[in-house]
Design a protein around this ligand. Sequence first.
Ligand code: UD1
Ligand code: MG
Length: 454
Amino acid sequence: MSALNIIILAAGKGTRMYSDKPKVLHSLAGKPLVQHVLDCAVSLQPQQICTVYGHGGEAVPQAMQQYGAKFVIQEPQLGTGHAVQQAMHHLQDDSHTLILYGDVPLIQHSTLHQMLKAGEGLVVLTVNLEDPAGYGRIVRNQEGDVQRIVEQKDATPEELEITEVNTGIMLVQTAKLREWLGKLSNDNSQGEYYLTDIVAMAVEQGVAVHTVQPSKAWEVEGINNKIQLSSLERIWQKEIATKLLTQGVTLIDPERIDVRGELVCGRDVEIDVGCIFEGKVTLGDRVKVSAYSIIRNASIAQNTQIAPYSHIDSSEVGADCHIGPYARLRPGSKLHDHAHVGNFVEIKNSEIGQGSKANHLSYIGDSTVGSRVNIGAGTITCNYDGANKFRTIIEDDAFIGSDTQLVAPVTIRKGATIGAGSTITKDTPAGELTLSRSKQLTIAGWQRPVKGKK
Ligand code: UD1
Ligand code: MG
C-alpha cells in the first residue's frame, strides 16, 4: 500500500460537556482524548498526521505540540466532509488517508491494522448496534454489497431498521478522496457536507467498498458528555485490570483500581483497593501496595511493602523497603534497599541509604542519608532559609534523637549520635554524642496559677 496519512477530526465544540475546555482535551485514564487517538495514529507509522480543530480550540494544537502533527482549523463547521476538506492541501495524491475522530479515543491499533489489510478501495469501519439511533446506517444491496450510508435524519423508516452503523472511521485513496470531496453537496436535512456521501460515489465508480468491524464495541464509542466519558473510563479501567489479572497480578477488587499511564508489574504483586497509578510505574516481584496509595512515575523494587495511604511521586524505591502508612515521597527521592519510611514522614529530593529508618513524623528534604541511620520521631531538616535551599548530610550509622532540627547546610559525621530535642547548626563529629539542649531544672514549690474571683 502507498504511504499513509491520518486525519483526526476534532472540530466539534463539545457543547454537551458544559466546559470551557475543548472536548478532545478532556482526560480519559489521565490522558486527553485526542492524545489517545494520536498515540494510536503514531503506532501506525503514518507519513503524516493532520488534526482538524475548531474555533476556540487553539488549546488543542498547543497541548499536542510534541507530536509534530499538523493542525488545521475548520471555521465555520459545515460537516464531516467539509472538515476533511480543510486537511486536503497537506496530503499528496499518491497515498492513502485514514480518517479518525478525536472524540473516539479508544480505537485500537489492531482494528486499524485490519482496515489497512482489507484490500484496495474504500474501507469503512462499521459496527452492529442493538440501538442504532443517531448513527448513519450502512445500506447494502441484496448481494450484501455496501451501496451507501444514510444519516439518521435522512433515512426512510425501512433504513432506520438497519442495525449496522457507520463508526465514521474510513480508509480511502487520497486522490479519490480529493475528487469525491469536490463533488459533495449539502443538499440534505442538516445542510451539511457529509463525508459519508463518498461511499455512494465509490459504488457509482465501481470502487470496491469493504467493511471491517472492531474487535470490541467500546473501541468506537464516541464521547459527547460527561456520562459517556465516565462510562468509557470505567470500561477502559476494567480492560487494564483484566490485563493485569491475566498477567498474574492480584487485584483485591478489579473495579477499584485506576491506572492513568503505564503500570508494569513483576510476579506475585498484590494491589489493594483504591490505588491510583499515574505515569510510568514499575512494581518489582512480590511488591504489595496497600489500600488508597497513589504512585506516580516511580519504580518500586522487589519485596517492598507499601502500607495504606502512601503517596509516592517521581521517586525510586529499592528492594525490601517498608513505606507508610501515610508516608509521602516527593519528587527526587531515592530509597536504597531495606529502608523504612513510616507514618507522616515526608521525603523530598533526598537519598536514604540502605537499611536506614525514618519511622515517624519527619521531614527529610534535600538530604543525603547514609546506611543504617536511625532518624528519630519528629526530626526535621531545615533546608530552606526563605530564599535558598541547602543540603543536609547524615553519614552512615548516625543516630538522630527525636525532635531534632538539622539546620542545613550541615553534616552529621559517621556514627554520630544527636541527643533528642537538639537544634544542630554546625557539623557534628563522628562517633560522638552531640546535643544542644538547655539543662533540665526544677523550681521547688512552684504553684500553678488559679483563676481570679470575679
Ligand atoms: C457522523 C457520521 C455518521 C456516524 C457517526 C458516528 C457523517 C455525516 N455522519 O455523524 O454516519 O454514524 O458520525 O459517530 O459523517 N466534526 C468536525 N467538523 C464538522 C462536523 C463534525 O470536525 O464540521 C467532527 C466532530 O468533532 C466529531 C466527528 O466529526 O468528532 C463526527 O461529527 P458529528 O457531528 O458527531 O457527526 P454525527 O452527526 O454524529
Ligand atoms: Mg456524533
